[in-house]
Design a protein around this ligand. Sequence first.
Ligand SMILES: NC(=O)c1ccc[n+]([C@@H]2O[C@H](COP(=O)([O-])OP(=O)(O)OC[C@H]3O[C@@H](n4cnc5c(N)ncnc54)[C@H](O)[C@@H]3O)[C@@H](O)[C@H]2O)c1
Ligand SMILES: O=c1ccn([C@@H]2O[C@H](COP(=O)(O)OP(=O)(O)O[C@H]3O[C@H](CO)[C@@H](O)[C@H](O)[C@H]3O)[C@@H](O)[C@H]2O)c(=O)[nH]1
Length: 334
Amino acid sequence: MTDRVLVTGGAGYIGSHVVRQLGEAGYDVVVFDNLSTGHEWAVTHGKLVVGDLADPEALEALFAANEFAAVLHFAAHIIVPESVSDPLKYYRNNTRNTLNLLGAMSRHGVNRIVFSSTAAVYGMPDQQVLTEDLPLAPINPYGASKMMSERMIMDLASASDLDYVILRYFNVAGADPQTRLGQATPEATHLIKVACECATGARDGMQIFGTDYGTRDGTCVRDYIHVEDLASAHVRALEHMQQGNGSEILNCGYGRGFTVREVIDVVKRLSGADFPVTEAERRAGDPEALMADNQRIRRRLDWAPAYDDLDTIVQTALDWERHWQARQNNPTDQ
Ligand SMILES: NC(=O)c1ccc[n+]([C@@H]2O[C@H](COP(=O)([O-])OP(=O)(O)OC[C@H]3O[C@@H](n4cnc5c(N)ncnc54)[C@H](O)[C@@H]3O)[C@@H](O)[C@H]2O)c1
Ligand SMILES: O=c1ccn([C@@H]2O[C@H](COP(=O)(O)OP(=O)(O)O[C@H]3O[C@H](CO)[C@@H](O)[C@H](O)[C@H]3O)[C@@H](O)[C@H]2O)c(=O)[nH]1
């Protein structure tokens, strides 16, 4: 059995951290990415094939040229408000292109997949700590596009020898502690990224979306997971399938949450910067509080986080942000 693995979207934020850990674990990695939001420099291990999942010929050539032991599928569009205004863009790239990928895997006998899903598949649940067997009720096309992809994967698995690990990420943040990788998406909307851009002077200020929630300080609660811990879950998921342990659906989070105000306070304290923060209306589609019940991933993958600390998450994000801005200002000085 070969240990060559295909990583779609491996030039992006989360995929690039996973590629680094896979490379360090000895896997032979092939990244397939159209570089729409990813970066060539972010592929630190293996080979990058520039191509689009919407292109059947490129996919066919990729699978004909390589014998893959498994696929890790990250490639997607990820901006929730954009999915509301342009839903077909999300169904095309997230749902239809997952169908294209599953078709190529099926034709070429590749029978293991790790899939990047999201807490957005749960929608606006009544409870705050979420288990994997809750009913899925996404409230935006992004979440729906991922739920439909999950369903296709499960249906194909029922009809074939496909094994899968569906990972439902909660709020991913932080960066490689050695600042080799980090979130480099232009016009990012994620809370910790936005606050770090304010702290380092790349933005003048930011808003808190909603201060009248029923939480301890009125702002939304989220379960922030360090990208390195999320990456290690992927390596374990791959090993789990390679050892013949079958398919899983697993939440990826720490099981505790922080409010928006608490996150901003940590960014201010660690950076020493006091940037302007204004209070604004609730953002459409924001659930009040989301936290992962992570008992299943701990048990099934024997996964234990190494960075479960908000200061560590924010410090690595701040270090990356400073590095990334210096690099953009002096592109030759890398
Ligand atoms: N960032 C989060 O907090 C979060 C939370 C839950 C789930 N996810 C999921 O994790 C995955 C990775 O997200 P990310 O934050 O690293 O985003 P990202 O935008 O940094 O990475 C996505 C990568 O996929 C590539 N890509 C997109 N469409 C493609 C296509 N048609 N063909 C080939 N390559 C394509 C992009 O160029 C990019 O490198 C996504 O599936 C996303 O839905 C992310
Ligand atoms: O400038 C900002 C940005 C965000 N927020 C708030 O901060 C919280 C977190 O927002 P954000 O970082 O945008 O993440 P989410 O909207 O929770 O979504 C992320 O986490 C989900 C899983 O929980 C994934 O499904 C999504 O893909 C991913 O973007 C929310 O209450 C936002 O309203 C602000 O108040 N101001």
